[in-house]
Write a protein that binds this ligand. Structure first.
Ligand SMILES: [Ca+2]
Length: 310
């Protein structure tokens, strides 16, 4: 059981999920595939039917009926804004295939279930790469869609998630592509989520969707899962690369909500905020001078009046 993370991938992934990869010996990081001494991954856990083939792939399901597998990060994503790029491969024998796989950013981790091999009623984001049309007339498959779960909504499997859909797109030819197929998710906390796909040709990204005002759980794990039923496919994860993103500076103040402390609100006007604080304190001092001056004046007035009486 060996994980195939490449050295660079490991480093950026670790940077994203908060692992102290910098303490990993340089020599180890430079040897792809990365091997733990105990033949496990420091960063991920996997379960059910998932198998790991040294230096080639993590196979969530094999091309057999009734398979189900998952792979989840051990630690939550610590980045506020991030980009995660995943290379995957869905392929198998025969003419009919299913059911598909999912990418997860959820509070739950490693819980098998009926939503592409992972738990239903999840809290967070699920992006489904659905390769088998159960019932969605007029929609071309494979179909990629996002669902935002709040722990109480169930995935509408019979209709391929139609009632749960946040956004989605058709991706004919995504399955069994001739070039490395990839999905890229770009998230700015509470601002936007964008999903791009690559399957038509190398380095040609196709936007699947971009949606606004997305808020994901504060503690969320990165995961993958897949399942087969009567129909089957191999669902393989080939590579994962994750990056911290700095806050966008050109999209106005609204684009900065949820930013880290150093990601100050966009302020093209410069130093208005400190200036207004100085003026505030100056007003307090002036007020104090007026009050003290008034009291002293009043006391002197009373003293002089008393003195004139005697
Ligand atoms: Ca389906």
């Amino acid at each position: 059981m060996i994980l195939p993370w490449q050295a660079s991938t490991l480093w950026v992934l670790a940077a994203c999920i908060g692992v102290q990869a910098v303490t990993t010996p340089e020599g180890v990081r430079q040897i792809p595939p990365y091997l733990d001494s105990d033949m496990q991954s420091r960063y991920f856990e996997f379960g059910e039917d998932t198998i790991v083939r040294a230096d080639q792939y993590i196979r969530l399901t094999s091309d057999r009926q009734a398979q189900s597998g998952w792979l989840f990060s051990k630690m939550p994503i610590t980045a506020t804004n991030w980009m995660i790029e995943v290379e995957f491969k869905i392929h198998g024998q025969g003419h009919l295939h299913g059911d598909g796989m999912a990418v997860w950013i959820t509070e739950e981790r490693g819980k098998p279930g009926k939503v592409f091999g992972s738990t239903d009623n999840f809290n967070g984001l699920g992006i489904f790469i659905d390769t088998y049309k159960n019932s969605r007339p007029g929609v071309t498959f494979p179909y990629v869609m996002a669902m935002l779960g709040n722990s109480s909504v169930s995935y509408d499997k019979d209709h391929d998630g139609k009632d749960n859909e946040l956004a989605g797109c058709s991706a004919r030819g995504l399955r069994s592509g001739t070039i490395p197929t990839k999905i890229r998710m770009t998230y700015y906390a509470e601002v936007s989520l964008r999903v791009d796909l690559q399957w038509k040709s190398a380095d040609e990204w196709t936007e699947c969707f971009e949606t606004e005002q997305i808020k994901l759980p504060q503690t969320a794990y990165l995961g993958f899962s897949a399942e087969t039923g009567e129909l089957s496919d191999n669902h393989d994860i080939i590579n994962v690369a994750a990056h911290n993103l700095h806050i966008r500076q050109n999209t106005g103040a609204s684009a900065n909500r949820g930013g880290k402390p150093q990601a100050k609100p966009y302020n093209p006007g410069g130093t208005k905020a400190p200036g207004s604080w100085r003026w505030f304190f100056l007003k307090i001092i002036l007020f104090g001078i007026v009050v003290v001056g008034g009291y002293v004046g009043y006391t002197m007035y009373r003293t002089s009046k008393r003195g004139s009486r005697f």
